[in-house]
Design a protein around this ligand. Structure first.
Ligand SMILES: O=C(O)c1cc(C(=O)O)c2c(n1)C(=O)C(=O)c1cc(C(=O)O)[nH]c1-2
Length: 578
């Protein structure tokens, strides 16, 4: 979308949920820098009036800031030039029966802008277009059916003349997809599924995996019978786009039931990086990271696009920090695999990815027997698997700074016990089939790290310990400062080169939102939503206390209740006048 490409080059605004199409979450603003960030103060705050987990962050377009909330998915337009007065608000009426079919809290990851409209993907899967000036509904489209377990949590993305949106429901046996709607009318233009026959996948004889054509029925061959129809591969993560290559990138999630015995085969194309043509939806290339998942290592985390040199050659790269604990760097033009390395040294389910191009298992991770929940079988508890099901990183997006050529990655440092059991499929009911518990790696007490990563070599450059997982999205800036939030509720600023902590402030609740920056009236601001929740905070958010509830997260993060409580607030920071 040419309008958006132009707008996203103006660092005063924040026009996409991801900051830019490349998903770098990097801002050229440098008024706030490593020297003065220690003086940051709260400029203003705004209560959203909603409890539970607040993910994503606001959009800023000129003088208007657009703030969204978790279910019931309110949207506020605030006028920054009029003391943040509420210009309009949108409050959808949604059936609360959608709440129990949301796997990991009632979160929403944010809004998109394009063609004078604000796009919201509601929990009940309604994709709604609001007039950016008035908040009036311009059109709405139904992206799924909550009675089958389909829900909406992901941020839509405007690409050219279309709005792209994924779907959640991997824990309910949905057949997930990415769908493109016409930006003017809301009419469906294409829908590409994560598994199924070729005409549903939108693949053709030119679609490749690791440089080779995937061939006919590439997905069907990897499922038993009709299992692909309830095969998951949910698409609830972030979307990126390369306008020059005309390719969109996103990942697909777990192949439904967490009991691997019930779905033999590679379960393609769950756990896969997809590169699709946004005009037709047809896939140019795919790469499956975790064939036949045995741990719920969803592949949906963001794909960050950067241009860097490898061995003296300029390369168009895609870097992805997968739930499975491996940081991948690929050539985004063709899906060539360049780097796959652990970004937490505790990752122990695999000895690494086969990088030998001539090997029959090229590109596949080598699974270690001790961590195989499939080998152990139903009703056997496999202990000490790292990472836990919520991965070395979950939805919390990393940032990339072209100044340092480093990625700044919020991570989980958590391991698990995992016991698969037999589960039968009923539409609209959980289709999980595993009991989990979560805890820090043996001999350690901290559950998170905030790291800097070199994607060219696959190495950690520095690492800061955090007591809990870092469930907030990072922001990198030209001021040499990187920002992130913590589950206890701190907004933190660290030096981009060294990781040294330069500032922290405790906001009213735990932070699972993404840090955003903008400029208004000549002043740089940093904004973040607090409001604890998400999968890590599900115990607090949903009032659960059984340690195995929340798929094991309730016990793992029980100590969080000593630090914070529910409540959605936007906190905005700036430097003092002098
Ligand atoms: O498979 C799915 O459909 C699905 C959906 C979601 C979601 O929409 O929030 C999450 C997950 N899976 C998931 O595996 C997961 O770890 C997770 C964490 C969160 C969160 O917001 O904290 N959502 C989700």
């Amino acid at each position: 979308n040419d309008e958006l490409i132009k707008m996203s080059q103006n660092p005063k605004d924040w026009v996409m949920p991801t900051g830019d199409y490349a998903n770098t979450r990097y801002s050229k603003l440098n008024q706030i820098n490593a020297q003065n960030v220690g003086k940051l103060q709260v400029a203003w705050t705004f209560s959203t009036g909603v409890l539970r987990g607040h993910e994503g962050g606001p959009l800023i377009i000129g003088n208007i800031m657009y703030v969204h909330t978790p279910f019931p998915n309110k949207v506020y337009a605030l006028d920054l030039s009029q003391e943040n007065k509420i210009v309009w608000r949108y409050e959808p009426k949604q059936d609360p029966n959608v709440i129990p079919v949301m796997c990991c809290d009632t979160v929403n990851r944010g809004l998109s802008y394009g063609d004078g409209k604000i796009f919201l993907h509601q929990a009940d899967t309604t994709l709604v277009a609001l007039d950016a000036k008035t908040g009036q509904v311009a059109w709405s489209a139904k992206n799924g059916d909550p009675s089958k377990g389909e829900t909406g949590t992901s941020a839509p993305m405007v690409i050219k003349d279309k709005v792209l949106v994924g779907i959640s429901g991997g824990e309910f046996g949905v057949q997930a997809h990415m769908t493109a709607y016409d930006i003017k009318t809301g009419k469906e233009v294409w829908r590409g599924y994560s598994e199924g026959p070729d005409n549903q996948l939108l693949v053709d004889d030119k679609t490749t995996a690791l440089g080779k054509p995937i061939g006919k029925d590439s997905s069907l061959k990897t499922w038993q019978g009709d299992q692909w129809k309830i095969g998951g591969g949910a698409t609830w993560g972030w979307i990126s786009y390369d306008p020059e290559l005309n390719l969109v990138y996103y990942g697909s999630g777990n192949p439904s039931t967490w009991n691997p015995k019930q779905r033999p085969g590679d379960n393609k194309w769950s756990m896969t990086i997809w590169a699709r043509n946004p005009d037709t939806g047809v896939a140019k290339w795919v790469y499956q990271m975790t064939p036949h998942d045995e741990w719920d290592y969803d592949g949906v985390n963001e794909m960050i696009l950067s241009d860097q040199q490898i061995n003296g050659q300029p390369r168009k790269l895609l870097t992805h920090f997968d739930r499975n604990g491996l940081g991948y760097t690929l050539d985004r033009t063709n899906g060539e695999l360049l780097v796959a390395e652990k970004y937490d040294p505790k990752v122990n389910w695999t000895s690494g990815v086969d990088m030998d191009k001539n090997s029959p298992t090229y590109g596949r991770p080598k699974v270690l027997d001790a961590a195989s929940t499939d080998k152990a079988g139903e009703d056997h508890n496999v202990k000490g698997i790292c990472p836990a099901a919520l991965g070395t990183k979950d939805e919390q997006p990393a940032a990339y700074s072209p100044d340092t050529q480093l990625f700044y990655v919020p991570t989980n440092h958590v391991c698990m016990d995992y016991e698969p059991f037999k589960v039968s499929y009923t539409a609209g009911q959980p289709y999980v089939g595993a009991t989990l518990s979560m805890y820090p790696p043996q001999g350690e007490s901290h559950m998170g790290n905030f790291i800097a990563w070199d994607g060219k070599t696959g190495k950690i450059v520095w690492s800061n310990k955090e007591q809990f997982s870092v469930w907030s999205g990072a922001l990198a800036t030209a001021g040499g400062v990187v920002f992130y939030g913590t589950l206890e509720g701190y907004l933190k600023a660290v030096d981009a080169k060294t990781g040294k902590e330069l500032y922290k402030f405790k906001t009213p609740s735990g932070i699972i939102g993404n840090v955003t920056t903008y400029e208004n009236g000549g002043k740089q601001y940093v904004a973040v939503l607090s409001g604890v929740g998400g999968w890590a905070g599900i115990g607090l958010a949903a009032g659960l206390t059984d340690p195995t509830a929340g798929l094991g997260a309730v016990g793992g993060y029980a100590a969080l209740s000593n630090y914070t409580a529910l409540g959605g607030t936007l906190t905005v920071f700036s430097l003092p006048a002098n």
